[in-house]
Ligand binder design. Structure first.
Ligand code: GDP
Ligand code: MG
Length: 677
């Protein structure tokens, strides 16, 4: 015995198929098309089950419809299991009215029974069965209810006979009968008669004036063409059924609905989302950043006064670095040892720790947004938009998590079900400025854009969104992927954020950041200090007769500085080049490196006062930030990409794309700046 699962897309066919067949399935393609064909045996029986592609009608408008139509008409399954999404009964029944006209047994599996009530849909199954003249079984493929009853019906084959059931007005029914009599020796099915009436080429028997005259008469009588007429009459019949067996109540308005009414409003959702994110960055980078970064910098490197919101207060502190340096010098230590501690260790690590308070606040805000349910609901809202770009609404979660760190972000991309969308999400997540990139933004934005720093920060996040969308479109075009995937269907309600979850989450993220500062950043800073403090013939650069220009690092940087020449507005800077390269180790290392280099070259505690970095202006600062933000992520994230892609080649391609894209974009910005100047 052979059964076929027929139904709309996302009605639950595949879920049902997997449930009924378990592991007894083979996957192949339908002949001539790349549409998946799944066939299996129902558990504990010898009934063959075929999962047909999702269709909305038996008209051959799409390849899927063609495949399904061919199968039901030519292979004639013994039983058609018509899966219906009970929550969108009207759309589903259109196909059902066509299936019921075939000379075939049809059983209706009324799926999604578990969420019917919640959606305010109440269906009288017995009545529905009477009105349709076929057997109806209420099931939930997801919650596995009603399955036994369905299997029993399938096995026994006791399905109400349903064909020849008139559903059209008498005048049309008579016309169909007269066509049937005219072609009496063809013994046509009701479905074929209707198709002939619709003038479907595939069913035409011959050019026939008799038939054509009948059709034209009815078209004149109802004032529309035959195909339209049948469709409209099918909907009339469905409306009757709805009246008789379906009751749709507006579900109770819950608090979630009320909140959604505002934050997921068609016009307000995106502005509100941007506003909320803007507020998060204003609070963290703007307020907390301004309050703390000078203070922490002073703590590590020394200060004479403390500036807050443009006002200076006298506050003198020698600073941890200078303190230990003088301790070493006073106890007879060499000047390079003092410099190692002050310029290498304390300055490099301090430059990163500096940003902990603002990150801390940002982590709290993001965590609150996540646990309250807002993030997944906005993901749902964005699903339709994201789909257009080859992404899923669920991609928003990796992106948001990625704003903390790309590594867990890339890993949460697993929740995206569709393979193409998942790969795209992995590729694009590193474009989101992670917390390690934030110090770069904070340093440059703070130094060159003053009180507008938070706005510049927001602009970079918006730019990140544009880069992501642009890349998605570009890659989708190149890869020509066209698999359809289902929309998000289940969502958590809003609830009060849990203190435990938020504190755990914030602690995890902050401690991970601090741990990196204490390990990778510490080691890298010492290496940079070494490369900056010694010449090729291993002489210590004490700043008197040897300068940093003859250091090891200057040599390395010079080899790459041409690539940064246009984006820096026409400056060869080995220091900017090596600092950016170190972003591959860890993005925080970019500013640590700049800090160490500036310190040794004698710039004092302001990086941009040092002659090595004094060429930076607003434009080149922005361009340099853009390069560091969008070029390949750090090694840890590259490792995560490799693991999640499961392909070295794809990882390599992704990194190459990221680097070239970042370079082109930042070079463009740099060149504009160069021209403006
Ligand atoms: P297909 O396109 O017809 O093969 O549909 P799928 O089997 O892929 O299901 C589409 C979506 O509906 C998936 O997210 C399923 O988890 C979900 N789904 C399927 N059956 C049910 C059900 O009975 N209840 C609920 N709530 N969701 C379901
Ligand atoms: Mg499917």
């Amino acid at each position: 015995m052979k059964c076929a699962l027929v139904g709309n897309q996302n009605s639950g066919k595949t879920t049902m198929f997997n449930l009924l067949t378990g592991l007894n399935q083979t996957v192949g393609n339908w002949p001539g098309v790349t549409i998946e064909r799944k066939e299996g045996t129902i558990k504990g029986s010898d009934i063959t089950l075929v999962d047909l592609p999702g269709i909305y009608s038996l008209s051959p408008y799409t390849a899927e419809e063609e495949v399904s139509r061919k199968f039901v008409l030519e292979e004639k399954p013994d039983l058609i299991i018509n899966i219906i999404d009970a929550t969108s009964i009207e759309r589903s029944l259109y196909l059902t009215t066509q299936l019921l006209e075939l000379n075939a047994k049809v059983v209706i599996a009324l799926n999604m029974a578990d969420i019917m009530q919640a959606r305010g849909v109440f269906i009288d199954v017995d009545k529905l069965s009477k009105l349709l003249h076929t057997t109806v079984v209420k099931v939930s493929a997801l919650k596995k209810t009603g399955i036994d009853a369905l299997i029993k019906t399938i096995e026994s084959g006791e399905v109400m006979e349903n064909n020849h059931q008139p559903i059209y007005p008498l005048s049309i029914e008579e016309c169909l009968s007269s066509i049937g009599e005219h072609y009496a020796d063809h013994s046509l099915s009701r479905f074929e008669l209707v198709k002939i009436f619709e003038r479907d080429e595939a069913f035409r028997i011959m050019d026939d004036d008799f038939v054509e005259k009948r059709i034209a008469e009815k078209e004149a009588e109802f004032g529309m063409d035959a195909e339209q007429l049948i469709a409209s009459l099918r909907y009339d019949f469905i409306a009757e059924i709805k009246k008789g067996a379906v009751e749709v109540k507006k579900p109770k308005v819950t608090l979630t609905d009320k909140i959604d009414g505002v934050v997921l409003n068609r016009f307000l959702a995106i502005p509100i989302f941007i506003l909320i994110m803007g507020l998060v960055y204003f609070l963290s980078v703007g307020v907390i950043g301004q309050l703390t970064s000078d203070l922490l910098d002073g703590f590590f490197n020394g200060m004479e006064e403390f500036t807050i919101f443009g006002k200076a207060y006298p506050l003198s502190f020698i600073g941890v670095g200078p303190y230990f340096a003088s301790l070493i010098l006073n106890s007879g230590g060499s000047s390079w040892a003092a410099s190692l501690v002050k310029d290498g260790v304390v300055s490099g690590v301090g430059a990163v720790i500096n940003f902990v308070p603002q990150l801390f606040v940002m982590f709290i805000c993001l965590s609150l947004l996540e646990t309250s349910g807002y993030m997944s609901r906005i993901a749902f809202f964005l699903d339709r938009v994201f789909k257009k770009f080859g992404l899923s609404g669920k991609s928003l979660i990796p992106f948001i998590v990625g704003s903390g760190c790309s590594v867990p972000g890339i890993m949460t991309a697993r929740t995206v079900e569709n393979e193409d969308e998942r790969k795209m999400t992995i590729l694009l997540t590193p474009f989101i400025p992670c917390s390690a990139k934030l110090p770069i933004i904070a340093l440059f934005a703070g130094s060159f854009f003053g009180q507008y720093a938070w706005l510049v920060t927001l602009s970079l996040y918006l730019l990140a969104v544009l880069v992501i969308l642009f890349s998605a479109v570009l890659i989708k075009k190149v890869r020509k992927s066209s698999s359809d995937s289902s929309f998000i269907s289940e969502l958590p309600e809003y609830h009060a954020p849990s203190f435990r979850y938020v504190s755990r989450d914030v602690w995890d993220r902050t401690s991970a950041f601090l741990k990196r500062a204490g390990t990778e950043i510490l080691i890298a800073s010492v290496i940079v200090w070494m490369l900056t403090s010694f010449t090729w013939d291993w002489k210590y650069i004490d700043g008197s007769n040897l300068t940093v220009e003859s250091s090891l690092i200057a040599g390395i940087g010079n080899a790459f500085s041409w690539a940064f020449y246009p984006m820096l507005g026409g400056h060869f800077s080995w220091a900017a080049a090596v600092s950016a390269l170190q972003g591959l180790i860890a993005k925080e290392q970019v500013i640590s490196s700049m800090d160490v280099i500036a310190g040794i070259s004698g710039g004092g505690k302001d990086i941009f006062a040092s002659p090595i970095f004094s060429f930076f202006d607003g434009w080149s600062a922005y361009a340099y930030m853009v390069f560091n933000l969008f070029s390949a992520p750090c090694v840890a994230a590259i490792g995560a990409m490799r693991a999640e892609f499961g392909s070295r080649k794809m990882t390599l391609k992704a990194i190459l794309y990221q680097i070239s894209f970042a370079w082109v974009l930042s070079t463009l910005i740099g060149l504009i700046g160069w021209g403006v100047r």
